[in-house]
Design a protein around this ligand. Structure first.
Ligand code: DGT
Ligand code: CA
Ligand code: CA
Ligand code: ZN
Length: 576
């Protein structure tokens, strides 16, 4: 591996794991030192390898928190891609840390205690001990944490080890980039459920076009992220990376690229349906191409493949065999909302509540991300822990927005809004006379998740009936892999949205993606309009919009269905 592949993230991950292993071995002080350096390296603007390139070991030591011994380890990682100290200490630790990753609230200190007192090495031991009531008897754990551990284990089992797309995407893209830069690589693309933009993925599937697969395979199984090699073949390899996710790599020839991409993008059901159509036309379809007897009639790219089958090209996000094939044969596919179509963002938090930046800095970041308008939607007073806005503060915020709009005239429009809490009975956390002053009112549920279904449905419907409420934010309340949606009748809510002219949000925050894809399809069918919002809490969150757009596309939404794909005047005109 060459040096320019050692990113700060890779270095930070290794140092942070060292800190956990040291902690487990009861080493004093050092764990905190490693953890701190990991944080600092992770946040550096300049790559540590460039710092090293310019100034050697001495320059590394000038990074805050880095002493000579850690500097030497960073040097070793930059030069060799590995760290002997890390490998040794990992071997010495009997606990399989990666198994605990999905269990909320289990930090290194608790894992250490569980090992030392009960000999727990992995998740199976953990479940046994919890079921036997042994954990609640430990100092500092109690009945509640035992219950939470069991809940966490249940959730891990149910989510089947699937990964939130937005949380693994940066790693997948880094690896894809590196493969792309290898000699002899003509093309790389991520296929599978990643390309279909499913909200979670089981594993990542990367496709490479090259005439010489062997060195690419060798490179792939030796990358610094690799934790385990499942297979190392001539054109197909499979690894597990340290985060626990598997990655499959396949190398194909250019003349099979389209067929292979189509096959490995899936979904399986979509593939099966395509193959049937091929057979009915006297063809054979596989990952090498579309064939008439021995002759390849299509397969270099996906467009010609669909065309040869008598169909229009189908966007990857639609390939689930849920009606898209019939529409493609009738040339009646929807034109999905595009990745560059959003003009505004209707849910943005600032430092007035739980966001990290000022209104001004959020606006500047939004503009940098190509947006023409944003709505500032800080929380309201019931969410006391976020320092939610009361009547007085929101009036003050409105005045501040007026001031900023003068300053930013012609650059970006800042609209006044709120993420107003829906109270238990469906009334709102701010009075109507205040809500009426705002440009856009979003309302959302942040409490009483456990109401009976009928009561929860009635509660949200009542909020929709308020003439000031424009949007229901994150309508189901689920957090992927962490919290189920509350019990609510979504069909009822979508009907109520239609009747009251309320917008349903597609919250783009990667572990929310709320609405889900099938709800979006229902909204499209019913003519209920939606918004795609980043729910940004920091200037770095605007790129999340892309995951929301992907989700909208999975729900077959077009530009006409998404109100913030419209110009600001038309959008405001449409609201209640
Ligand atoms: P995942 O990884 O569970 O999120 O879902 P996928 O769709 O990425 O599934 P994966 O990784 O097992 O396989 C990648 C693609 O390869 C899949 O979307 C379609 C294709 N594929 C896999 N197994 C089969 C199969 O048995 N028959 C057909 N026709 N295609 C398959
Ligand atoms: Ca996959
Ligand atoms: Ca796979
Ligand atoms: Zn919220």
């Amino acid at each position: 591996m060459s040096r320019d592949q050692i990113t700060n993230r890779i270095i930070a991950e290794i140092l942070s794991e060292i800190s956990i292993y040291l902690e487990m071995q009861d080493v004093p002080f050092k764990p905190r030192a490693y953890e701190k350096v990991a944080e600092i390296i992770g946040g550096l603007e300049e790559e540590a390898r460039d710092i090293y390139e310019k100034g050697g070991l001495k320059a590394l030591e000038e990074i805050p928190g880095v002493g000579v011994s850690i500097a030497e380890k960073i040097e070793e990682i930059i030069k060799t891609g590995r760290c002997k100290y890390y490998e040794d200490i990992k071997k010495k630790t009997p606990v399989r840390l990666e198994e605990f990753g999905g269990i909320e609230g289990l930090g290194p200190k608790s894992i250490k205690k569980l090992y030392q007192k009960l000999g727990i090495k992995g998740i199976a031991d953990l479940e046994k001990a919890a079921r036997a009531g042994k954990i609640s008897r430990l100092d500092g754990f109690g009945k509640k944490s035992e219950e939470n551990i069991l809940k966490g284990i249940e959730f891990v089992k149910k989510s089947g080890g699937r990964f939130v797309l937005g949380s693994v995407m940066p790693t997948i893209e880094t690896i894809e980039e590196r493969l792309r830069s290898l000699p002899g690589v003509e093309k790389t693309i991520v296929a599978g459920s990643t390309r279909r933009s499913k909200e979670t993925i089981g594993d990542a599937d990367i496709l490479v076009v090259s005439k010489k697969p062997a060195p690419i395979m060798d490179y792939f199984v030796e990358m610094p992220e690799v934790a385990q090699v499942h297979a190392h073949g001539a054109t197909k390899s499979s690894i597990k990376i340290k985060s626990g996710m598997d990655i499959d790599l396949r190398v194909v020839r250019a003349n099979s690229y389209g067929a292979a991409l189509n096959y490995f993008t899936g979904s399986k059901d979509h593939n099966v349906a395509l193959r049937k159509i091929a057979i009915s036309k006297g063809y054979k379809l596989n990952e090498y191409g579309l064939f008439k007897r021995k002759k390849q009639v299509a397969g270099k790219n996906e467009e010609e493949l669909y065309k040869a089958l008598g169909m229009d090209y189908i966007e990857p996000e639609m390939r689930e065999n849920t009606g898209e094939i019939e529409l493609a044969r009738k040339h009646a596919l929807p034109v999905l909302v595009g990745y560059n179509d959003l003009r505004g963002d209707l849910q943005v938090q600032t430092e007035w509540t739980d966001g990290s930046a000022s209104i001004e800095n959020m606006a500047l970041a939004a503009r940098k991300n190509g947006l023409e308008y944003i709505v500032i939607t800080d929380h309201t007073k019931r969410l006391a822990m976020t320092h939610g806005l009361d009547e007085k503060r929101i009036l003050k915020q409105m005045a501040e927005i007026d001031r900023l709009n003068k300053k930013f005239a012609g650059k970006i429009k800042i609209l006044k809004g709120s993420e107003c809490d829906i109270l238990k009975d469906g009334s709102l956390d701010l009075p109507d006379n205040i809500l009426a002053k705002l440009d856009v009112v979003g309302a959302s549920v942040h409490s009483y998740f456990n109401l009976p279904r009928a009561e929860q449905t009635a509660r949200i419907k009542r909020a929709m009936e308020n003439k000031n409420v424009d949007i229901i934010f994150h309508p189901t309340g689920r957090i992927i892999n962490r919290r189920e949606a509350y019990e609510v009748d979504m069909d009822e809510l979508i009907k109520a949205a239609k009747k009251t002219g309320t917008i349903m949000e597609i919250d783009a925050y990667p572990d929310r993606l709320d609405l889900k894809d099938d709800h979006i399809r229902k909204c499209v069918e019913m003519g209920v309009k939606m918004s795609i919002d980043s729910d940004a809490h920091s200037p770095a969150h605007f790129p999340y919009l892309e995951y929301g757009i992907a989700q909208a596309r999975r729900g077959w939404a077009e530009r006409k269905d998404i109100i913030n794909a419209w110009p600001v005047a038309k959008m405001l005109e449409f609201l209640k």
